[in-house]
Design a binder for this molecule. Structure first.
Ligand code: ATP
Length: 572
C-alpha cells in the first residue's frame, strides 16, 4: 500500500488548528496506526518539518529566492508576480498554495521524500539551477495544499508545533496502547535520537525491538548532564563513596565518532560540527590510538601558551567561511573526559573508573588533545582544594563524578552521578537558567517599535510542554534589542503553540514557536498566579528580576532548564 501525500497534508491541516498538545498526540497517534511501515519514518520526519534526522546533516540547500523561481516555473508565471505576492503575504507556503495546484494529485509520500533527497544531494557548480528544476517538477504534480507543505518543508519553515517527544508519545500510544511505555521509548531515543528509526522499529518489532536498540558508530548519543547543588557538602551526600573531581571547562561540548579514517564531531544539539574544527580533527588523527570509538570532551579556546581563555572567544570559530584562517587566529584545544564506545562495544554500562581507564589508554596527549584534569577524592576537603585550583587555572568550576559500580553513562539524563559546582554557586549568587522564548510584548517609549519584554518558559519533560517562568526585559544591549524582532521573525506563529502552557491572562503581542534558548540570571524564585511552571493550585513558579546573560544557540528547546529543576531548587 502506498501512502498518498495528500493524506499527510490532511493531518497537517488538522494539526495546524489544534490548541492542545494532547489533541496533537491523539491525531498523530491515529494517523500512525494506518501508516504503512515503509513510510512511517518519512511521516515522522515530515511532521517535524524535516527530511531526515538533524544529525544526518541533509539539507535541501534552497533559499526562498530559489523556491520563488520554482513556483514561477511550475505555475508558468513570471518571477516578479510570485515575488510580489510573496512579499505581501510573507509566507512561502501561502504563496505556493495560491499559484500551484491545477492537478489532481497522485503523489505518494515516498515520491515526495525521494525528490527532496534528490534535491539535497545536488551540490557544486550549476546545482542551484538543477535544484530549482527538480522542485518545479515536484510542484507541477502537487495540489495547492500539497504545494504549501512541500515549500515549507523545503525551506525548513514548517511550524506545526510537533517536537521529537510529541512523536515518541504518539508512537507509544499507537503501538503499545500504554502510556507507561513512553519511558522505554525515551530511553531508546537517548541512545538513538532519530525518530525515524524509532518509528520504524516500534512499527515492525514492537517494544521488544525498541529495547534492543543499541549504540551505532556515526549516530550521536544524547549527552549525559550534571545536577546542580546549592552547597558543596551536598556532593558527599549524593556521592557517598569515592568522588572523581574533574575540571569544568567553559567551552563547547563535543561528541567525537571515529570510524576508520572518518571522524565526525557532534555538538550538544547533536548537530554535525566537524567542518568547524578541522584543527581538532587533524590532531585527533595523530593522538587517538584506535579507529573505532566514541569519545566526549569540551572544546575550549586557548592562548599560545595553552592557557584557557573565556568561552566568548570560541564564538569567533562559528563561521561558514575562512574556517582554516581562524584555526590560527583562534586556537583551541579539546579536553576529553569520557568514552562511550570502543572496538565495536558499547561502554555506556561500564562504570566511571573503567571508562576513564579505557580513555586514558587510547589517548596520546598533545597540546591540542588532552585529558580532562582529574583527581580522585575521599572527602569534601579534597574536592574543595581541587575546585580552588581549577578556578586558578581559569576553569568555571568542577564536576564531581561518582566512581561507584553503578556510575554508568546515563545518556540524555541529568542524574546524580555527575554534579557541577561552579564559582557562582560558591559566591552564593543564584545560578543561571536556560529558558525558551515563547512570546514577546511590544515595547513602549524608548523601546517602541522593538520588543519590550520576552515571555520565557521552562521545559516540562514529563508532560512534553513549555511552561512560562518570567517576562524578560533587562540585560539586553541596544544592538540586541534592535535586532530581536528580525531574529525572532522566522518563529512567529499566529496563535499560542499547542505545547506552550500559559495563564489565560498572559497575552503577549506575539507568540513564537519554542526554538530560541536564552541564558537568564535571576534573583529569586517565587510563586505567582501569572506563570505556569510546575503549577499547583493555580500558582506556578516565577523568576524574579530576570536578566539576559547570553543566547544559547547550542541548546535545543527540549534541553532548557526543566520545571522539575526549578521545583527542586525552590525546595532546597
Ligand atoms: P553550564 O551552562 O553550566 O555549562 P549545561 O547546562 O551546559 O551547564 P551541564 O550538564 O549543567 O550543562 O554541565 C555539564 C556541561 O559542562 C557539559 O555539557 C560540558 O559541556 C561541560 N563540561 C566541562 N567540563 C566537563 C567535564 N570534565 N565533564 C563533563 N562535562 C564537562
Amino acid at each position: 500500500m502506498m501512502l498518498q501525500f495528500s493524506e499527510v497534508v490532511k493531518v497537517f491541516e488538522e494539526l495546524e488548528k489544534v490548541s492542545s498538545g494532547n489533541k496533537m498526540r491523539v491525531i498523530l497517534a491515529s494517523f500512525f496506526k494506518n501508516c504503512p511501515l515503509k513510510s512511517i519514518d518519512k511521516v515522522a520526519y515530515f511532521s517535524l518539518g524535516q527530511i531526515a534526522s538533524k544529525y544526518e546533516d541533509i539539507n535541501t540547500g534552497m533559499a526562498d529566492k530559489m523556491v520563488v523561481k520554482a513556483i514561477a516555473s511550475a505555475s508558468k508565471n513570471s518571477e516578479e508576480v510570485i515575488t510580489n505576492y510573496y512579499k505581501k503575504s510573507g509566507d512561502i507556503g501561502e504563496t505556493a498554495e495560491h499559484f500551484i495546484g491545477n492537478v489532481k494529485s497522485k503523489l505518494s509520500v515516498d515520491a515526495v521524500f525521494d525528490q527532496f533527497h534528490k534535491i539535497a544531494k545536488l551540490s557544486g557548480a550549476g546545482s542551484q539551477y538543477k535544484k530549482i528544476i527538480l522542485l518545479s517538477d515536484l510542484l507541477k504534480n502537487c495540489s495547492s495544499k500539497e504545494a504549501k507543505y512541500v515549500t515549507k518543508i523545503i525551506l525548513g519553515t514548517l511550524r506545526l508545533g510537533v517536537g521529537d517527544m510529541t512523536v515518541l508519545d504518539s508512537l507509544a500510544i499507537t503501538f503499545t496502547g500504554k502510556k507507561e511505555n513512553k519511558k522505554i521509548l525515551e530511553h531508546a531515543y537517548n541512545i538513538c535520537p532519530d525518530v525515524g528509526v524509532i518509528a520504524k522499529t516500534i512499527a515492525s518489532k514492537g517494544i521488544k525491538g525498541i529495547k534492543s536498540i543499541d549504540v551505532v558508530l556515526g549516530r550521536p548519543i544524547q549527552m549525559m548532564l550534571a545536577q546542580r547543588i546549592s552547597n558543596i557538602q551536598i556532593i558527599k551526600e549524593k556521592i557517598p563513596g569515592k568522588i572523581a573531581a574533574e575540571e569544568k571547562y567553559d567551552g563547547e561540548r563535543v561528541q567525537i565518532h571515529i570510524s576508520g579514517k572518518k571522524i565526525v564531531l557532534f555538538s550538544r544539539r547533536l548537530e554535525n560540527t566537524t567542518h568547524q574544527f578541522p584543527d581538532i580533527v587533524r590532531e585527533l588523527k595523530k593522538t587517538i590510538k584506535t579507529k573505532n570509538c566514541i569519545i566526549e570532551g569540551e572544546i575550549v579556546p586557548i592562548d599560545p601558551k595553552g592557557n584557557l581563555l573565556p568561552f566568548q572567544t570560541l564564538m569567533q570559530r562559528k563561521r561558514k567561511y575562512e574556517v582554516e584562517k581562524y584555526t590560527k587566529k583562534v586556537p583551541i584545544c579539546v579536553y576529553l573526559f569520557d568514552i562511550l564506545f570502543l572496538n565495536n562495544k558499547s561502554f555506556l554500562r561500564r562504570n566511571y573508573l573503567e571508562r576513564r581507564e579505557a580513555l586514558e589508554k587510547i589517548v596520546k596527549e598533545s597540546k591540542i588533545v588532552q585529558l580532562a584534569k582529574q583527581t580522585i577524592c575521599n572527602d569534601i576537603e579534597c574536592v574543595e582544594e581541587f575546585f580552588n585550583k581549577s578556578l586558578e587555572r581559569g576553569c568555571e568550576g568542577i564536576l564531581a563524578k561518582s566512581c561507584a559500580t553503578d556510575s554508568v553513562y546515563q545518556a540524555g539524563t541529568r542524574g546524580w552521578n555527575w554534579i557541577k559546582w561552579k564559582r557562582e554557586y560558591s559566591k552564593e549568587l543564584i545560578d543561571t537558567f536556560d529558558l525558551v522564548v515563547v512570546g514577546a510584548f511590544h515595547g513602549r517609549g524608548r523601546r517602541s517599535g522593538k520588543y519590550g519584554a520576552l515571555l520565557c518558559a521552562v521545559y516540562n519533560d514529563e508532560q512534553d510542554q513549555f511552561e512560562t517562568l518570567c517576562k524578560l526585559g533587562s540585560g539586553f544591549t541596544d544592538v540586541q534589542l534592535a535586532e530581536l524582532p528580525k531574529k525572532m521573525k522566522q518563529y512567529v506563529v499566529s496563535k499560542k503553540p499547542a505545547r506552550v502552557i500559559a495563564n489565560k491572562d498572559m497575552n503577549p503581542d506575539v507568540w513564537f514557536e519554542p526554538k530560541v534558548v536564552v541564558e537568564v540570571l535571576g534573583a529569586e524564585i517565587t510563586r505567582s498566579p501569572m506563570h505556569t511552571c510546575a503549577e499547583k493550585e493555580g500558582r506556578g513558579f516565577a523568576l524574579r528580576f530576570p536578566r539576559l546573560v547570553r543566547y544559547r544557540p547550542d541548546k535545543k528547546p527540549e534541553q532548557a532548564t526543566t520545571a522539575r529543576e526549578i521545583k527542586n531548587l525552590s525546595i532546597a
